[in-house]
Design a protein around this ligand. Structure first.
Ligand code: AMP
Ligand code: GLY
Length: 425
């Protein structure tokens, strides 16, 4: 079996989890990361390229005999990194720029959903501020205001009142989310528990992965501002997502990929479906063009697959359902964040206890915002610092293990939610 060298782009917990799974593959040769983090750089070498530059990534990959480039985050995909890598004759995991519009433009995604007849919130989109304000007043109640483009998970205002919605519209047009906010999508507010479904696809075959549930709000009891995600578990129990709901969600993923293909766009990579389980059935909240973070940190540990083979198959167009199977275990991951996150936070705090935590049964600690320094110390270097993931035969045990491990790890200002999975359990 020929080994191939791999370049992985990104620096979060998601990328650390991807890296560990890629490293397990018998096909994995040398592993490079750009930029990586304190955990990733313990198992891979840094590649001196900017992850958002299609030309730099493609040229470096070619010069260094890379056989597979794996793109973790959305920004490089929207910039066209996958297009450039493929044009250089190198296999790439992640959609081309046109397909990445499923995440890069909420309006684009809504139009695809309408053509594919997929259930989602009703919406209107605006480039004119006065028209947007008039629509919000006409709705006269709860609605959701979204900046159209990429805003690192922050461009969504869930407004209970007209005043909150007007403030959201103002934020978008006043440039709080940069260019992303110059087109504004205003949609119906959906209610119910959320459920994420990731799917791998080569543009034709769609392989759904296990369900998971993120916790987006910063504080216990789903209070406080939206974040990138404070904790997650997998799978979502049948009491929350029925077999019928799951069928609907899988069907949505298949219909969207087929619709894109009919539109002349091959979607190759991971498609992330964010769903609200409403009383009228699952409805799409959003699509992302990549693995979820922190969803990946609970989905991959339960997955049996040769990730290198699977990613190559997504690129080559020969993905097959039987390349992936699942553990019966449960996984829970708790995010340890810096004080102040998702607002301003300080980096550079010394982290202790990771090795001790990883000696506990079923525990893996994925690094998100960490940095290794010369004396071998590990320092905080981001809002979300670590993802403490536990796998166990029961949901309750996975939760207990994860929280026991969180207590063993320390850094100045450590904050985390204490109720990840509590409601579902
Ligand atoms: P998005 O980035 O579009 O997924 O939005 C981020 C979060 O905002 C979602 O995970 C939901 O918690 C919330 N959200 C987005 N759209 C809606 C909606 N139509 N109704 C209620 N909540 C929403
Ligand atoms: N956990 C939410 C996301 O990855 O977008």
């Amino acid at each position: 079996m020929k080994k191939i060298d791999i370049l992985l782009l990104g620096a979060g917990g998601r990328e650390h989890a991807l890296l560990m799974k890629l490293a397990e593959s018998p096909r994995a040769g040398k592993l490079y990361v750009a930029p990586g983090n304190g955990g990733m750089l313990q198992v891979a070498e840094a590649a001196p390229v900017s992850q958002d530059s299609p030309a730099e990534v493609a040229a470096w990959a070619k010069d260094n005999g890379i056989g597979l480039v794996v793109v973790g985050p959305e920004a490089p995909l929207v910039e066209g990194v996958a297009d450039a890598v493929r044009a250089a004759g190198i296999a790439c995991f992640g959609p081309n720029a046109d397909a990445a519009q499923m995440e890069g433009s909420k309006e684009f995604a809504k139009k695809v959903m309408a053509r594919a007849n997929v259930p989602t919130a009703t919406y209107r989109s605006f480039t004119d501020r006065t028209a947007a304000e008039a629509y919000v007043r006409e709705l006269a109640g709860p609605c959701v205001v979204k900046a159209d483009g990429l805003a690192a998970g922050k461009g969504v205002i869930v407004a209970q009142t007209t005043e909150e919605a007007l403030a959201g519209v103002a934020q978008c047009f006043d440039g709080a989310f940069g260019a992303a906010g110059q087109t504004v999508v205003i949609e119906e507010m959906l209610e119910g528990p959320e459920c994420s479904l990731l799917a791998l696809t080569d543009g034709t075959t769609v392989v759904p992965l296990a369900t998971s549930q993120d916790h987006k709000r910063a504080y216990d009891g789903d209070k406080g501002p939206n974040t990138g995600g404070m904790g997650v578990y997998s799978p979502v129990p049948a009491q929350l997502v029925s077999a019928e709901d799951l069928d609907t969600m899988v069907d949505v993923m298949r219909r969207v990929v087929a619709q894109l293909k009919a539109d002349g766009i091959t979607y190759s990579g991971c498609l992330y479906g964010g769903f609200m389980l409403t009383k009228d059935g699952p409805k799409v909240l959003e699509f992302n063009a990549r693995f979820g973070d922190p969803e990946t940190q609970v989905v991959l540990p339960r997955m049996h697959a040769d990730l290198v083979e699977v990613f190559l198959a997504c690129d080559a167009g020969n993905l097959a359902e039987d390349m992936v199977s699942w553990d019966d275990d449960w996984a829970v991951s708790v995010v340890l964040a810096s004080a102040g996150y998702p607002g301003a936070y300080e980096g550079g705090k010394r982290i202790t206890g990771i090795a001790q935590a990883e000696q506990q049964p079923g525990i893996t600690v994925y690094h998100a915002g960490t940095k290794l320094v010369e004396d071998g110390d590990l320092l905080t270097a981001g809002g979300r610092v670590l993802d403490v993931t536990a796998v166990a035969p029961s949901f309750a045990e996975a939760r207990e293990r994860a929280y026991a491990a969180c207590e063993l790890i320390d850094f100045d200002g450590k904050q985390f939610r204490t109720d990840i999975g509590a409601r579902a359990l």
